[in-house]
Ligand binder design. Structure first.
Ligand code: SUG
Length: 460
């Protein structure tokens, strides 16, 4: 007998809507695309429409798709905390003149990469049966460290009902507890509604200097941060696996685990150089997965699809974002891989993808390609743009319905973008007082479209 409550649990993807100030400021050392595109002219309108097209297409295919509102940028409140005073326009002008780099950081639309918004654990994994959210402190990069407060408010407005949703504060704001959210977190399960194994990948151990860390680029996630989240979310220690990301690949530009590995249900798709002690990591995952209770109708063997350096090099994986893909379970039991169009332009990657699609023993059966160039130029692919939230029927019903994508919502959001967004934004434009007014007008209207209430500092 199939358990109906298990049957009806789905994994929803909540994509971050690109904000009106999307730009290329070269803010993320260790993220090669961000550094490479520093100073280039961005197209916020195209960026937002590209993101909405992914949401529309996946919703049309029958996946539950949600949207998370962007942040208020320029962040005048943060500039005030940095000592700029006077009217909002004075603050903007003084920051532009005295500290243009700080202003650029306060204008970043980086909250679009909602995989970094929070770590989310489904009710089936948490002792109290609620869905737990911990906004990521993103402490490693100034422009991202100013996201979590409003992120927490947006998540609370999207997942409001305290009977179903538990919201934690971000971890303490120190590098020892550096946390980058779901980009370093994957969950494996037979079925979304059943208990799963939560897999946390960290870059360094803050309180154990013996453990080797990357030499060139920062390891943004600490083991201690991941452990704190597991405690906060009341996860069962027997269904947890922690693994260290290979420091050598961080030094090549793999700044989050989701640039080199992705998982869904019973499938881990990763590069052979993703983890320290890769074989032992596979053993721990297989063992933890094997100990999961399961309904006979839903037994799935654990699959690891490992890509060798000879097939796709780490550099090719970073250039194409092959692993920053979404793996989506299809009704027919297959799995669709959603990749950015950069994969088509990298022959080794495209050849690899064609190979697995033709291989009947590979669980990846379908492919979908999206043009996400505007986001990709800052190092954000399909998986960066989405936060996964596993929801049963009651939890889905308790979710803010205005934040769920359907034809009508897509059309309002597309119109909203076309009405408010510029198609050209350079670093100099960030000082334009009109951009501040335009952004606030747009966001004020958005909070109504998404029924969010007053989540932004300028509204309070
Ligand atoms: O944190 N880029 C983001 C990209 C985040 C990608 N997310 C995941 N892998 N899940 C970052 O490095 C660049 C902004 C700029 O340079 O203007 C930036 O923040």
């Amino acid at each position: 007998m199939v358990n109906q409550s298990i049957m009806k649990t789905i994994e929803a993807n909540f994509d971050g809507l690109v904000g009106p100030t999307h730009n290329y400021a070269g803010l993320s050392r260790g993220n090669r695309a961000s550094i490479h595109h520093a100073g280039k002219v961005a197209n916020p309108r195209e960026a937002a429409l590209q993101g909405l097209e992914k949401m529309r297409a996946l919703s049309e295919l029958g996946f539950v798709q949600g949207v998370l509102a962007p942040q208020e940028r320029p962040d005048i409140a943060i500039l005030r905390r940095l000592g700029f005073t006077g009217s909002d326009l004075r603050v903007l002008a003084d920051a532009a003149e005295q500290m243009p780099a700080v202003l650029a950081a306060c204008c970043s639309a980086s909250s679009m990469w909602s995989a970094n918004a929070a770590t989310v654990s489904p009710g089936a994994d948490c002792a109290d049966g609620k869905v737990h959210f911990t906004p990521a402190n993103l402490i490693n990069k100034f422009h991202r460290s100013i996201e979590h407060d409003v992120t927490g408010k947006i998540l609370k407005s999207t997942f409001k009902n305290p009977d179903h949703f538990m919201h934690h504060q971000a971890l303490p704001a120190n590098n020892d507890f550096g946390d980058e959210g779901a980009a370093n977190h994957t969950r494996f399960c037979h079925d979304y509604g059943a208990q799963g194994v939560e897999f946390f990948v960290y870059g360094r151990e803050a309180f154990n200097p013996q453990v080797i860390s990357p030499q060139k680029y920062p390891a943004r996630q600490s083991l201690e941060a991941s452990q704190a989240i597991a405690r906060l979310h009341q996860l069962d220690p027997t269904r947890l696996v922690f693994a260290q990301q290979n420091p050598a690949v961080i030094d090549q530009g793999v700044f989050h685990n989701d640039v080199i590995a992705v998982g869904n249900r019973n499938l881990l798709f990763c590069h052979e150089q993703a983890f320290v002690g890769q074989t032992a990591v596979y053993e721990s995952l297989t063992k933890a997965y094997g100990s999961l209770g399961f309904n006979l109708d839903f037994h799935l063997d654990f699959h690891i699809v490992e890509v060798a350096e000879q097939q796709v090099s780490v550099a090719q994986a970073i250039g194409s974002y092959l692993f920053n893909s979404q793996l989506l379970s299809l009704e027919d039991g297959g799995t669709m891989i959603v990749v950015p169009s950069e994969c088509e332009h990298e022959p080794a990657v495209w050849g690899y993808l064609q190979g697995i699609l033709n291989d009947s023993s590979c669980p990846i059966t379908d492919l979908k390609v999206f043009d996400l160039r505007q986001s990709m130029n800052n190092g954000g692919g399909p998986a960066c743009l989405r936060l996964r939230v596993v929801l049963n029927e009651q939890e889905l019903a308790a979710t803010n319905q205005q934040c769920l994508i359907n034809d009508q919502r897509i059309s309002s959001l597309n119109n909203w973008v076309k009405k408010h967004y510029r198609d050209h934004l350079s670093e100099q434009d960030l000082a334009d007082p009109l951009l501040l007014t335009e952004s606030r007008t747009a966001l004020d209207e958005l909070t109504q479209i998404l029924d969010l209430g007053s989540v932004y500092p300028f509204q309070n």
